[in-house]
Design a protein around this ligand. Structure first.
Ligand code: NOJ
Length: 881
């Protein structure tokens, strides 16, 4: 009988997960949570191995040369984190000093470098999405990547497409881009290209359906008083998975992303980091992902089972923080030795890590990591987990360049002008400006006084949690607006306390007042509780009585301008249509230059053109989906049934014919535009052919000794660090080394059929290349329209292309193109968009492929999802399977 190795908890998990897979229910559309049965995720094995095709072919050869020289221990070292805070970054894997490979450094965040100094803080992903400007998305990614590179970081832990923003109250929506998958897909692709062009590996996260903070990890939920034993299961049907949640990850893979982080939540009752359907079938096979899958921190729950299901790197390496033991490390060494993980699977993990490593230009001679995540002191412990090896750990390298210029520009170009009555804006040397609200001012204790920005004090320029980074400075609206007022000789007073009611009353009642009220709504990662919000927002109202503040000020001041900093929509129904509220702007989370960015827009130095990347509905219920706040499955995994399918955000309101306050894609300018001359041209793209054939058999690279004596800790070479995760065995006896009293029993019960197969595997019809079947990316139609600036100011406009796929289960319209055009007063420009085959296809659950249905297809070009000014039909569509 074959031996197997797992710690007890791992064996239990794997057996249970596999038993449920044997029930044989189908993965199809619309069956989740019905008839008392739980949603189910079917098995898919073996884990696909890399191919050497496409853009990565050259570096594949380089990685192969490198990996072929590695010992088994060195290979395991590259797949396994060294343990929480055991090295300088939020995640490090083991090194291979013999060949010059220093530890890979994995570091948050998607807005800049977390836990260091002399770095920039960029706008949130959601904010840059509002620019609808591909160039700015790319430039932001590139600038962040440059900073990461200069600190010695190997992998930037971003960008984010999960959450996509299913529930407007979702705590981390701001880290991603938009609840629209097309916009998020573009945001992902441009960010990834930027980051990787700068020489670091990007990490698209969190795969997948990671749509709320609450219940994302059972221990965290226990800490909040919920008695649950397992993480929440996001129950998603096949169509919704393809057409919504996976969509932006397809863009990420197509853009060449090097790594993907699997998520904390379960998907159809199988954990994200051991879900073979998601990782093996959809991500690695159908989407053709060639890079590596890393676990979210402590999101790994099994050893062998997660390896078989497609996990390639465990983070931060220990089973949970600082246990000193790992599901992998020594256990993975032993698993390969006893055959429960194939040598080919381990080799594939390492190839998947090293190929993108070389692809982005990283070398075997990378400079040292020059900062420590665990202290800002110059001298500190190298192994902070145990306070060991005190040395210089921070070199305080200033990596910012002139990125403040870009950040200021993005902040301004992302500011959405939602209302502007009577041409209130732009301001032109107003006589008297009264700035009201805590959100205009500083946090009195400094912008970084709350770790990971875990408080809402002063102006809100970032959400909280691992998606944030320390500010090098934070320009407040108060300071920037005051500087502008001084330059204009404007009278200027500010009151930065929302509750100073009598002072505010007397100030804004004065003659000639232009009141600018700053308000906010915050959210973040679930490990921090800010004012009773455990990551997700409890409600969609403004914080610190912001709605009351606006109503009080606007009751007294006929020229009240409102600026909202927020992590998503808020309910503005109580005051937005007051005639005294003359202008409303959403400024998102702009990063370090916040005050300058908003000043540029308010004073017309930048003519706004941004578009809201989400809907502003009048009620919370109109969004069609919400956070699950209470456990609904006893103390087992809460069941979050995504019964709304693809109908989130504007698609939900369109379906119920609900009028939003501000629709998705809406945003005003200080000038006006007209749309004309829609032209739709068929490109005559060829047929869509399903991918057929088989892979090569799984390759292996190098050999290894089977003698356990050669895998012992090399005491003579370096000292053992407590809590550090190593690949070495602590005994020459396998059972002792495994620490598993059941070692050697019943391997067949938990290894799914085919898990160990290295035979050629059939290709999927919808697969075949990174991003899926290459023909999905064929341009089918080119759409153009003429946009004319009919006002008297130069400006920018964002024409948007929407399609209706025409079927009874299709959204009314879906975004499928946009372009940000600069057009001088009186001038015209041509809007051009390409409709790809995927843009007009639906996922067919029977064929397991994309199809263009027979339903009539309509194309719209307009200035928002509800201002569909031009339309035409796609004639001559034939079904091509
Ligand atoms: C957990 C978060 O979910 C993830 O986004 C982050 O990258 C890791 N922690 C590392 O900090």
């Amino acid at each position: 009988m074959k031996l197997h190795v797992l710690v007890v908890v791992v064996a239990a998990w794997a057996t249970r997960a596999f038993a449920s897979r044997l029930q044989g229910r189908q993965y199809n559309s619309g069956t989740w949570g019905s008839n008392g049965t739980l949603a189910y995720s079917p098995p898919f094995y073996p884990s696909p191995w890399m191919t050497s095709t496409g853009e990565w072919a050259d570096v594949y050869a380089q990685a192969k040369d490198f990996v072929s020289q590695l010992t088994l221990l060195e290979k395991v070292n590259i797949t396994t984190g060294v343990g929480w805070a055991s090295e300088r970054c939020v995640g490090n894997v083991g090194s291979v000093p013999r060949l010059g490979l220093r530890s890979l450094c994995l570091q948050d965040s998607p807005v800049g470098i977390r836990f260091t100094d002399y770095n920039s803080v960029f706008s949130s992903g959601q904010t840059v999405a509002a620019t609808f400007d591909r160039n700015l998305m790319y430039a932001r990614g590139y600038a962040m990547g440059k900073e990461m590179k200069d600190k010695g970081i190997t992998v930037q832990l971003g960008p984010v497409a999960g959450p996509i923003g299913r529930a407007p109250a979702g705590g981390r929506n701001w880290e991603g881009f938009s609840p629209d998958p097309y916009l998020t897909g573009i945001g992902m692709a441009e960010s990834i290209k930027g980051i990787q062009d700068a020489g670091v590996i990007a990490c698209a996260k969190h795969f997948v359906a990671n749509e709320q903070e609450r219940f994302r990890q059972a221990p965290e939920a226990n800490g909040y008083g919920f008695n649950i034993s397992e993480s929440l299961s996001s129950n998603v049907d096949d169509v919704t998975m393809h057409e919504l949640y996976m969509w932006p990850f397809a863009d990420a893979v197509k853009a060449g992303v090097g790594s993907i982080m699997c998520s904390y939540n379960q998907i159809n009752n199988s954990y994200g980091c051991q879900n073979s359907k998601m990782l093996n079938n959809l991500l690695k096979n159908e989407l053709g992902f060639q890079g590596f899958v890393m676990s979210d921190w402590q999101a790994q729950h099994t050893g062998v089972a997660s390896a078989a299901a497609g996990l390639d790197m465990t983070m931060p390496g220990d089973t949970s923080f600082n246990t000193g033991v790992s599901y992998w490390g020594a256990n993975l060494t032993l698993a390969v030795l006893n055959g429960t993980v194939s040598a080919a699977r381990l080799d594939d993990m390492v190839m998947r890590i090293m190929t993108p490593y070389f692809y982005v230009g990283l070398t075997l001679d990378e400079p040292e990591i020059n900062f420590s995540s665990w202290t800002l002191d110059t001298i500190g412990p190298l192994h902070a987990s145990v306070g060991a090896n005190i040395q210089e750990v921070n070199y305080h390298v200033d990596v910012r360049r002139d990125h403040n210029v870009l950040i200021r520009n993005i902040g301004a170009r992302a500011t959405v002008l939602l209302k502007n009555s009577n041409n209130t804006l732009p301001l032109e040397s107003p006589k008297f400006v009264a700035v009201i609200g805590e959100d205009a001012g500083p946090n009195p204790l400094g912008p970084n006084s709350c770790p990971d920005r875990g408080c809402d004090k002063g102006t809100l320029a970032s959400g909280w949690g691992s998606g944030s980074s320390d500010f090098p400075f934070l320009v407040t609206p108060d300071s920037a607006l005051q500087a502008q007022a001084l330059a204009d000789n404007t009278r200027y007073e500010s009151i930065l306390d929302n509750y100073a009611t009598s002072k505010i009353t007397s100030l804004v009642s004065q003659a000639n007042a232009t009141a600018i009220v700053f308000v906010n709504a915050d959210s973040g990662e679930g490990y921090l509780n800010v004012d009773g919000n455990e990551g997700d927002r409890n409600n969609l109202t403004l914080w610190h009585s912001g709605d009351e503040l606006i109503m009080n000020v606007s009751a007294l001041c006929p020229n009240t301008i409102v600026v909202i900093h927020s992590t998503g929509p808020t309910l503005v129904g109580g005051w937005y249509d007051s005639p005294n509220v003359t202008a409303i702007l959403w400024a998102g989370l702009p990063g370090e230059e916040s005050g300058n960015s908003i000043t540029d827009v308010l004073y017309g130095k930048v003519n706004p053109a941004a578009r809201t990347p989400f809907t502003w509905a009048s009620t919370r219920a109109s969004y069609g989906a919400d956070v699950l706040y209470e456990p609904n499955n006893g103390n087992a995994a809460p069941q979050d049934d995504f019964t709304e399918g693809v109908f989130i955000d504007y698609r939900a309101l369109d379906r119920t014919n609900t009028t939003p306050i501000y629709e998705f894609g809406f945003g005003l300018s200080y000038t006006t535009f007209s749309y004309s001359n829609l032209v739709i041209t068929s490109t005559g793209a060829g047929n869509y052919n399903p991918t057929t054939g088989f892979t090569q058999p799984a390759p292996t690279f190098g050999d290894h000794s089977t003698n356990l004596a050669s895998y012992q800790f090399p005491n003579s070479k370096f000292p053992y660090i407590k809590e550090y995760i190593y690949p070495y065995l602590n005994s020459t006896d396998a059972e002792t080394a495994s620490m598993d009293p059941n070692y050697g029993e019943t391997v067949e019960q938990f290894l799914p059929p085919n898990a160990l197969s290295t035979n050629p595997q059939p290709l999927l019809a919808a697969g075949g290349a990174p991003g899926g079947n290459p023909a999905l990316w064929d341009v089918m139609y080119t759409v153009t329209a003429t946009i004319t600036n009919t006002g008297d100011r130069n400006g920018e406009e964002v024409p948007q292309l929407y399609v209706s796929l025409g079927g009874p289960n299709d959204p009314l319209v879906m975004l499928r193109g946009f372009e940000r055009l600069s057009i001088d007063a009186g001038g015209s420009a041509t809007f051009t968009a390409s409709l790809l085959r995927r843009d007009i296809s639906n996922w067919d659950t029977v064929q397991q492929n994309w199809v263009i249905t027979n339903y009539p297809k309509t194309v719209y070009v307009g200035s928002s999802s509800r201002k569909l000014l031009l339309s035409g039909t796609l004639d001559g569509i034939i079904i091509r399977h």
